[in-house]
Write a protein that binds this ligand. Structure first.
Ligand code: KE4
Length: 432
């Protein structure tokens, strides 16, 4: 497969952009390869600048749930663009998107638009601290909530020791207010609340973690977080930047029937344009400026083009009968194909799937349901698999600890093709 133009453009990009990319995972470092530069995309396919076409399971890390360049979304953006690109003043489109989000996610009684998932989670955390008057936040090891300082924290030695910075530039002053618990381990949460319950402003959690690969909440886990936060007067923040509109119209909170105080959103709600949002109970959200003292702002928040793309995307989801059944059917088709491949080749692996979101872990573990089981995966084998799949025309996440996304545009044939390409890749793995 010739990717010479991508190789040349990557060298060129590194002269002007740190690492040649605008987001680290795109550099293919964990799969030890040269990133491919994309020229265009349509439906379930992307094409690189060397003319190679791939079936895409990255989906821009989640936003492209309808598939790439959906005519209806493109048309909505074009219709908005001819009237201008940004006003820095209220528009009806912002109200319409907020109203639609409220209808699909009823716990979000008020919704504030921002420009990314990181802005949403960062702002939600400030709001939770402002509302409760408390400083400490609990997050879970392996969960990712964007790159705000309070989230780039490593677990301290013991559950009760404060976190410490997971990136240079994050201060100990910030790190001390973040405590790390273990996902699917309620006792690790209870331990913290027993000692510091009156200092905890919020728990923030990916209800379905997808940044250590995908794993699912054990029965009672999310309910347990809801109970303990109510008991201690802390807020529960569901980071649904990935799971929102991916698992169900109402996201993971609808799927599992556990209702948070604040929800953060991103990705799908922008239809591929930069949008994040956070929202929740009116009483909490009204603490935000200009009605309340908690400050948060943004020049391009609610941008008319981004609103039009998000509105059209959510409307299509909302109005397509059986949308999630179809996504789940396609997800199951892919999962079953990959499972057959593992059986046929004897390669040890685990597939965790929920609807159209899944991860194939190369591991001998019996199950992957926590950070400690996920990190035992064979990342070297995954890197080889990634490259072989790419050579067979399948574009997967360039890291074992990400997710594969199936879009509404993937056809049965695409999925069959992906299964065969995966089988070829796995057979090659056995020879390496
Ligand atoms: P953004 O700031 O990247 O829009 O969203 C941050 C974020 C927040 N919460 C969750 C659960 C997320 O998964 C993300 C971002 N996801 C990564 C992929 N796992 C984005 C890809 C990238 O960093 O380039």
């Amino acid at each position: 497969m010739n990717i010479q133009n991508s190789i040349n453009e990557f060298k060129r990009a590194q002269e002007s952009i740190p690492g040649g990319v605008n987001s680290p995972v795109r550099a293919f470092k964990s799969v030890h390869g040269d990133p491919i530069f994309i020229k265009q995309a349509k439906g379930a396919r992307i094409t690189d600048i060397d003319g190679n076409e791939y079936i895409d399971f990255v989906s821009s890390w989640g936003p492209m749930i309808l598939g790439h360049a959906d005519e209806r979304v493109i048309n909505a953006i074009q219709m908005a663009a001819v009237h201008g690109t940004s006003y820095g003043a209220p528009t009806i489109a912002e109200t319409e998107l907020a109203e639609l989000i409220k209808r699909m996610v009823p716990s979000m009684e008020l919704v504030r638009m921002v420009n990314s998932g990181t802005e949403a989670t960062m702002s939600a955390l400030r709001l939770a601290r402002g509302y409760t008057g408390r400083d400490v936040v609990i997050k879970f090891q392996g969960c990712y909530h964007g790159h705000a300082d309070s989230f780039l924290i490593k677990a301290g030695s013991g559950v009760l020791t404060f976190g410490y910075p997971d990136s240079p530039g994050v201060t100990q002053g910030t790190a001390k207010d973040t405590l790390i618990a273990q996902y699917n381990d309620l006792s690790s949460v209870e331990e913290i609340f027993k000692q510091k319950g009156d200092q905890v402003a919020a728990i923030i959690v990916e209800p379905v973690p997808a940044n250590m690969g995908v794993f699912l909440p054990e029965s009672g886990f999310l309910e347990g977080l809801r109970k303990i936060t109510i008991k201690y007067g802390a807020l529960l923040i569901f980071d649904e930047v990935i799971s929102g509109f991916r698992l169900a119209k109402g996201g993971a909170q609808e799927y599992y029937g556990v209702i948070p105080d604040i929800t953060t959103l991103g990705k799908i709600i922008g239809g591929g344009l930069p949008v994040g949002a956070y929202g929740g109970k009116r009483e909490i959200m009204n603490r935000l400026a200009p009605t309340g003292p908690v400050y948060q702002a943004g020049t391009l928040a609610g941008n008319p083009l981004a609103m039009s793309a998000g509105l059209e995307t959510l409307k299509i989801i909302d109005e397509t009968p059986g949308f999630y059944n179809e996504l789940d059917r396609k997800g199951a088709l892919l999962e079953n194909g990959l499972r057959q491949n593992l059986q046929n080749t004897g390669i040890p692996g685990i597939i965790n799937r929920i609807g159209s979101l899944m991860t194939l872990f190369f591991t001998g573990e019996k199950k992957v349901d926590s950070y400690n089981t996920a990190i035992k995966s064979d990342t070297t084998r995954y890197a080889r698999y990634f490259k072989l799949a790419l050579e067979n025309g399948i574009y997967l996440a360039p890291s074992q600890f990400e997710a594969a996304f199936v879009s509404y545009a993937h056809t049965n044939e695409d999925i069959k093709k992906a299964q065969l390409a995966s089988l070829a890749a796995m057979k090659m793995l056995k020879t390496q």
